[in-house]
Design a protein around this ligand. Structure first.
Ligand code: PLP
Length: 428
């Protein structure tokens, strides 16, 4: 009996036989009334507990090394100790880092709103003065990036993600042809959701975009997973700040990161890193929004990570918890699809997601089949601007919250649903 599910060469009889077997398996799963969830790209409770010692760590000492009383107002750019953490994570000089509140998404929204309405290079630099504003979105990507653009009325154009980052030939061509493209979203390391790390060549070409783009072009470099490695010898991401300096395009890239998936997801510290000019105009606008960030929380983070190597030791504990979950997802995908063309995926060495592509036209169907069988998946299309995946093939798998046993069970159902949907499509 042929078990490889080679659909292209299968006879109708063979397809019907597979369908019957898979449907029977699916009925068995339905009867088990499962309740599993692979949608949530957030840390598990076990991971959150790694940072509980931050609570009370100040023990009544609220004064920073340079004498700042963190309980009081002020310090728009954050305390030096917190900025140093951002500097470490992003590889940017402390002077070019601002440590803010609990969310990098907020900093991204603020940066985009400021660039749009006021400009990041002073008088006359506001995008809104130039008519239609467009942004490049590598797909699949992070839905909240898209909602920021949508909310601010910025039109989105998609470019394909490859195994080395965005398709740079396409990016360069589009930017050279259309000066209304004012920027691009990037998740350069363990990209959400494909897990890809941008290659050195991609980083260099992105640093050079400022030389071919229209005025006031800004790449939003969201390095949310900069230190979220799963492997012991992770691929290094080239330093975009240095690359921009070399290309003479310092103003063209703005970087973001946070400790959301390092300490407590809801109460971490977020960072923006940028050129002197960008930071100056960002702070100018920020000063109208706040008198300063939560410096008490910043100092808690600084104390928690004060020892040499503390941050990387902490991230290794996260990796130890997450790794078996990722391994389970990959094991099931490999067992089910490595010898056929029912699906494609990248094996992520870090980050929070594994991205799976079904045969065209099947993502919604698979998500529905899995949902009906008690395995919740992120809605198909969520990884594309406006929620529309033109191929209807991308599905984002988030395995961090469920236990390893739950991931195992959910993945058995997932591969079954992919197989069943694929066989049914081949028969249709
Ligand atoms: N950027 C990316 C790529 C993410 O995946 C996430 C969360 O899933 C965020 C940003 C959110 O970051 P923050 O909690 O700092 O707002």
């Amino acid at each position: 009996e042929d078990t490889t599910l080679n659909l292209s060469n299968a006879s109708v009889e063979q397809l019907q036989e597979w369908k019957q077997q898979l449907s029977a398996e699916y009925d068995n799963v339905l009867a088990r009334k499962l309740n599993l969830d692979l949608t949530r790209g957030k840390p598990s409770a076990e991971q959150l507990s790694l940072s509980d010692a931050m609570d009370g760590i100040l023990a009544g000492d609220y004064i920073t090394a340079s004498g700042i009383d963190v309980r009081n107002y002020g310090g728009l750019e954050g305390i030096p100790e917190a900025r140093a953490i951002g500097s470490d994570i992003l590889g940017v000089p402390v002077e070019n880092v601002l440590a803010g509140g609990n969310s990098s998404l907020t900093l991204m929204y603020q940066t985009m709103a400021i660039a749009h309405q006021f400009g990041l290079a002073g008088e006359g630099s506001a995008w809104s003065q130039e008519g239609t504003v467009k942004f490049l979105c590598p797909v699949p990507g992070y839905d909240r990036h898209y909602s920021v653009c949508e909310h601010l009325g910025i039109e989105m154009l998609t470019v394909a993600m490859t195994s080395t980052g965005p398709d740079m030939d396409q990016v360069e061509k589009m930017i050279a042809a259309d000066p209304s493209i004012k920027g691009m979203w990037c998740v350069p390391k363990y990209s959400n959701p494909t897990g890809v790390v941008y290659s050195d060549e991609t980083v260099e070409r992105i640093a050079n975009l400022g030389n071919i783009a229209g005025k006031n072009f800004r790449v939003f470099w969201d390095n949310a997973y900069a230190i979220h490695d799963l492997s012991d010898n992770p691929v290094a991401l080239a330093n975009i700040f240095e690359a921009c300096k070399a290309a003479g395009t310092e103003d063209s890239v703005i970087q973001f990161a946070s400790t959301s998936k390092v300490t407590h997801a809801g109460s971490g510290v977020a960072f923006i890193a940028a050129s002197d000019t960008n930071l100056k105009f960002f702070k100018l606008a920020l000063g109208f929004m706040t008198i300063g960030p939560d410096k008490v929380n910043q100092l808690r983070h600084a104390k928690f990570f004060a020892a040499d190597g503390a941050l990387s030791a902490h991230m290794a504990k996260h990796a130890a918890i997450i790794k078996p979950r990722f391994a389970s997802v990959l094991k099931h995908l490999e067992a089910a699809f490595s010898d056929n063309d029912l699906g494609e995926w990248e094996s992520a060495d870090g980050g929070y997601f594994i991205s799976f592509d079904t045969r065209p036209g099947l993502a919604q169907k698979v998500v529905k089949l899995a949902g009906d069988a008690g395995v919740k998946l992120t809605p198909a299309g969520a990884t594309f601007p406006y929620g529309k995946d033109p191929q209807d093939s991308n599905i984002r798998i988030a395995p961090t919250v469920p236990t390893v046993d739950q991931v195992e069970e959910a993945m058995q159902v997932f591969v079954l649903c992919v197989k069943l949907a694929s066989v049914e499509q081949a028969l249709a």
